[in-house]
Design a protein. Structure first.
Length: 233
């Protein structure tokens, strides 16, 4: 029996002023699936993620969380961003950043325990007290992943989050993500230009091209197909 759908995109289209990005996108994402979202620079991958996050109102169609609007909790891991070397937060503070509110800026004992658990899962326990500004690029990306995971999402979006990492660190991060995908049934959307990594980790792919979209089981995604899709610049 197939897993329940958690996200449905129906006739989705986004047009910026005088600039159609994509149109007529239909996609059903089921719990526990690992999708790679591929396509050339500027084709609309991040725009699609913003529509899924409800940060952007689509021009046509809709994005529906299933079985209801409150049932999808998204964790978002951005592309590598530089952080000032004198940024004052420790890695642990950074991971718990979204748990503190303006009303109650102190973390509860339960929240401390959640952060410690995620730090252990992401291999950051020993670095918990290190200022994030002094962490390496790979450690920072792990901290972004931990920050996204600490709120127990059921959908994780990796938006080119591994793009600037070396092959070993990239593999470490994705090994961790697929372990969570398999153990907790975490659904993953992995936006990437890295076709070998997409093939290694995903179950499905969605390819955006200037002519439309293509989707299917990951075995159907080849580098040649991506180059073909990127031709019509
Ligand atoms: N707010 C906006 N207003 C106008 N145009 C925009 C806006 N946001 C994105 N665009 C344009 O929409 C297109 C799609 O951008 P998007 O960032 O989604 O592409 P992408 O596939 O994620 O690219 P990359 O692989 O380079 O990150 C681009 O041409 C971009 O310049």
């Amino acid at each position: 029996m197939s897993e329940p759908a958690i996200l449905k995109l129906e006739n989705l289209g986004v047009t910026f002023p005088n600039h159609p990005v994509f149109a007529d996108l239909n996609l059903t994402i089921r719990q526990g699936e690992f999708w790679s979202i591929v396509g050339k620079n500027g084709v609309g991958k991040t725009t699609l993620m913003r529509a899924i996050l409800h940060q952007l109102r689509p021009t046509t169609g809709k994005v529906t969380y299933l079985p209801n609007a409150n049932s999808v909790k998204i964790g978002y891991v951005p592309q590598f961003r530089n952080i000032d070397s004198d940024y004052p937060l420790t890695i642990k503070d950074f991971v718990g950043l979204n748990l503190t509110g303006w009303k109650w800026p102190w973390l509860s004992r339960k929240e401390h325990a959640e952060i410690d658990h995620i730090l252990a899962e992401t291999g950051l326990t020993k670095l918990a007290k290190r200022p994030i500004g002094q962490a390496s690029g790979g450690e920072r990306q792990k901290a972004y992943l931990a920050q996204a995971l600490v709120e127990s999402p059921n959908l994780l979006i990796l938006d080119e989050s591994t793009a600037s990492l070396d092959p070993v660190t990239k593999t470490e991060l994705l090994d961790l993500v697929i372990e969570l995908n398999q153990r907790l049934h975490l659904t993953v959307l992995f936006v990437t230009h890295d076709i070998p990594m997409a093939r290694k980790y995903s179950s499905q792919y969605l390819m955006l091209t200037p002519d439309g979209v293509e989707q299917g089981p990951i075995s159907g995604l080849t580098q040649a197909k991506v180059w073909e899709g990127e031709k019509n610049v």
